[in-house]
Design a protein around this ligand. Sequence first.
Ligand SMILES: CC(C)(COP(=O)(O)OP(=O)(O)OC[C@H]1O[C@@H](n2cnc3c(N)ncnc32)[C@H](O)[C@@H]1OP(=O)(O)O)[C@@H](O)C(=O)NCCC(=O)NCCS
Length: 209
Amino acid sequence: MVLKNHKHELCNDIFVIDANFETPLGSQTMIKITEKQIKTNRLNLRHFSREDLETHSAIMGDNQIARWFPKGDSYTRKELEKSLNNILSHWMEYGFGLWAITKKENDQIIGRCGLNYILESSEVELDFIISRNYWNHGYATEASEAVIYYGFKILYLDRIIALSKPENIASRRVIEKIGMKYIGNVQYWNVPCVKYEMPRTDYTRHSLI
Ligand SMILES: CC(C)(COP(=O)(O)OP(=O)(O)OC[C@H]1O[C@@H](n2cnc3c(N)ncnc32)[C@H](O)[C@@H]1OP(=O)(O)O)[C@@H](O)C(=O)NCCC(=O)NCCS
């Protein structure tokens, strides 16, 4: 990954990072990171608020999405409320978490992407969901690249992992496209998963900071 036009300013607001870089697949992409947002070529990643409950629930409530999460079945209203509460409290506790994904042209949420701390294993995992109407436009890949960048360049994480049910081809494809390496079949939360990881040393080897 080659970083171009890189500007890193430790200022109170305005831009923290404003950069153009090349992805592992060789495409050009841009990223602008501020305290509360990440902007990419087509997307805006912003914090969730309680007002996003209906939209987040509609996306998570889709069986074609819920089936890929540990429960493997549709969520109850209570579980959907808890899911958004968990996103908000994760940010409070760890200072990072999941962003709402919107397209740049409006504030309509089309998915979520971010980093989740797994308490049981002390690992940080990449999480992503795109609403079904927007699948296969490269949005999960674009958001994930930005989140990985954030994880290594802003949070200085040592390692980021990604987990997927083995038969979730689209999810595995996204994980592989962003350059994570398959390390094995494992169990998390009593669910069989494929595990991928990227250490910071691998990431920074391909980029400048
Ligand atoms: C996984 C998910 C986020 C992908 O979102 P997306 O925006 O469509 O992803 P992208 O467009 O960036 O990439 C999808 C890739 O999977 C490929 N793909 C999708 N379905 C596929 C299938 N059935 N067989 C083979 N490849 C498939 C696409 O062709 C694309 O690869 P390409 O760029 O090489 O053509 C979306 O499908 C989703 O929300 N699924 C449900 C939730 C989920 O599984 N989250 C991950 C939990 S671990």
